[in-house]
Design a protein around this ligand. Structure first.
Ligand SMILES: Cc1cc2nc3c(=O)[nH]c(=O)nc-3n(C[C@H](O)[C@H](O)[C@H](O)COP(=O)(O)O)c2cc1C
Length: 233
């Protein structure tokens, strides 16, 4: 009888000791709890941009005179109207046939403009004039190697979608993707010169790390990034 009681107590103690360990092990294997920085695109609402203003700004020759690279940014956010105008200048649609402010070889329209803001990563949808939510994560720091990128309000990432380049030979894909990106970048430079914004185009990007952070497909290639913001006072 004493022996049976002892065995029952031993069994109970063993269960009490082992069960919590199993629970902890199961917790370790389950996916990490979601926090504000790891929510999915579904939870990052799209941003409807205000209609871009195509009037005003400096005359072209004056904008060219003022175009320059700046690397000192205020952390002040850009108003939505300014963001919309800048993205339209960069690569918006400027004709009824759906063509853009920047030219592309063979009209392949392969350059996508990603927009890294504090609240998340977005893709500029020129047709709908909105920002599509991609990742609810602040990826500004991942878009470059220079210290100002993490605090500047906007970092653009120019991504060539090789899937849109048909059967163009690979060396030409690389050449066209690079040249087509530079037109978009120069449009941003000229808009910034016109509006008194600071900007720098950047080749210094850890592309594998940035692609991974942005969860890009293998045939989406980061070409350049560009920081935009108000000049530091
Ligand atoms: C393709 C390309 C890549 C560049 N990459 C960087 C960069 O990674 N970081 C940076 O601070 N400036 C970068 N720049 C900016 C140049 O340093 C800048 O344009 C140059 O110094 C001339 O200055 P300006 O633009 O004021 O005429 C880049 C410019 C180009 C065209």
């Amino acid at each position: 009888m004493k022996m049976k009681l002892f065995s029952a107590v031993l069994l109970l103690v063993t269960i009490l000791l082992v069960y919590p360990v199993q629970i902890r092990a199961a917790d370790a294997n389950s996916p990490p709890a979601k926090d504000a920085n790891t929510t999915s695109a579904k939870e990052l609402k799209p941003i409807e941009l205000p209609k871009p203003q195509m009037e005003g700004g400096k005359p072209l020759m004056q904008a060219l005179k003022d175009r320059k690279t700046s690397r000192e940014f205020s952390s002040e956010k850009l108003p939505m109207q300014v963001l919309s105008n800048m993205l339209w200048a960069a690569n918006g649609i400027n004709r009824p046939d759906g063509k853009h402010t920047a030219p592309t070889a063979k009209n392949m329209q392969e350059i996508d403009v990603y927009v890294a803001l504090e609240q998340g990563l977005y893709l500029y949808d020129a047709k709908e004039n909105k920002l599509i939510g991609v990742l609810a994560q602040d990826l500004r720091e991942a878009t470059g190697k220079q210290p100002f990128v993490k605090d500047a309000p906007v970092n653009l990432v120019f991504v060539a979608d090789y899937a849109k380049m048909g059967n163009t030979p690979d060396d030409q894909k690389n050449f066209y993707a690079a040249t087509d990106t530079c037109y978009v970048s120069q449009n941003v430079y000229l808009y910034c010169a016109s509006e008194g914004l600071a900007t720098v185009v950047r080749g210094m990007v850890d592309k594998p790390a940035c692609s991974a952070a942005m969860k890009l497909r293998a045939d989406q290639k980061i070409i350049l990034a560009q920081t935009v913001g108000y000049p530091k006072k």
